[in-house]
Design a protein around this ligand. Sequence first.
Ligand code: FAD
Ligand code: NAD
Length: 452
Amino acid sequence: MSDIKCKLLVIGAGPGGYVCAIRAGQLGIDTIIVDRQPPGGTCLNVGCIPSKALIHAADVFHNIAHASDGNLGITVSAPELDLGKTIAWKDRIVQRLNEGVAGLLKKAKVQFIAGDARFVDGKTVTVQTDDGEKRFRAENVVIATGSASIELPFLPFGGDILSSTDALALSQVPKSMVVVGGGYIGLEIGTAFAKLGAKVTIVEATEQILPQYDSALTKPVAQRLKELGIEVQLNTKAQGYAKGLLQTDKGEIPADKVLVAVGRRPRTNSVGIEELSLSMDGAFIEVNSACQSSMRGIYAIGDVTGEPMLAHRAMAQGEMVAERLAGHKVSWDKRCIPAVCFTDPEIVTCGVLPGELENSKVAEFPFAANGRAMTTEREDGFVRVVARADDDAIMGIQAVGAGVSELSAVFSLAIEMGSTLQDIAATIHAHPTRSEGFQEAALSALGKSLHI
Ligand code: FAD
Ligand code: NAD
């Protein structure tokens, strides 16, 4: 068998790998990308997109079911749900996007090989395809193999114990669901199932949901979970499951299904990295700011390199690596990586949190004083800015509130452009929008509040 030669071989066609391959192809680099799954990775196939589709369907169902409870003068009869049809709709979106990514790769003249890749040495990779084994010899290899759900030994996936992938493929809403882990996945998917009618309990090991954020940001989410009838058991650890009961260190909870969402681990075991002498950072592949590993010609991007495990970080890394391979003088110069938690209400964080910056000015504006928030019946939450006290440079922005995910771009832009409080305060923000909360938070930090 003769080796197939290329300048760049990308292993894994998730957001990191496929963006890297597309940009490399556009820049004239002879590129091959390998994945065992349809292109798009965790994010497109079983992550970002399927979860946001389910969250949307759950919101529509819940809003219709509760329309008569509100003050709008609307009366409706109870809606019915066929979750199988909802999941089929979600699958069609995923398929459209799979085809879209495949088309973009083709347009950039990148060859997609379906199969399992494994290193033989630092330049040689074998791929098990449906047509047998193929061998590739590449000048550069990018490892973009992503991450997988962490499995708890006492709650192995299978049957009623679900990973996020299993939960996003259910064809019926369970009567009761216990979610182990009050992080991103547990809260997003748990809230969706509660809105679809399941009795949901969240079991979280630490003293608050989303422990990486300050309690002011998570409080409106905790309040809403309560309103939705979701029970949250904090400082509680799951220990096992038997006869429809989840066992914890605090007692037993009835559960038709258990969703285990306690984090994700890098997918390094299936690719044969033990054949290489790569430096590791714990379980992750150690890379420098240019995503170079400890071996010449081997790069790693995305979840396999550690936190934050977010699709847009993987994409930005992939683009940078491709441009560097084409000889462009680019480096990792991002000032912030925004994070959005699609809970109800949503949380956005960009840059530093209060307390992470000495000599800071911190100010917030509550949506309870925002006209748009009132007209959409969701006044919970706020926008908060964190600025350097000496020159008013904005270093951090956070928001919690309905629909604030769409403010994440303006927050990132403000930080990337080095905006000051004065820049935001002097920018006309359209009325009535939630974005006015950003301007008002900046005005407040300057001691010039108008609407509060
Ligand atoms: P992945 O997307 O994991 O892709 C890696 C690819 O490599 C996979 O397709 C896999 O099949 C392939 N692969 C692995 N080993 C091999 C091998 N040996 N041979 C061939 N192919 C291989 N992030 C956000 O930013 N926003 C969100 O809203 C969001 N929601 C999420 C919801 C859920 C339920 C989950 C699970 C994750 C979510 N994430 C979200 C995280 C996001 O999915 C990841 O950060 C992102 O997919 C990482 O991209 P990646 O390219 O590093 O790896
Ligand atoms: P996570 O790290 O966000 O949350 C895991 C939670 O489980 C933590 O709060 C932790 O304290 C808790 N926990 C751990 N062991 C436990 C136990 N034995 N019993 C009870 N609780 C326990 O992890 P996740 O929710 O699985 O998500 C994984 C990653 O996927 C995230 O870190 C994020 O990077 C990515 N993701 C992002 C989005 C988004 O951007 N909107 C959405 C989903 C996932």
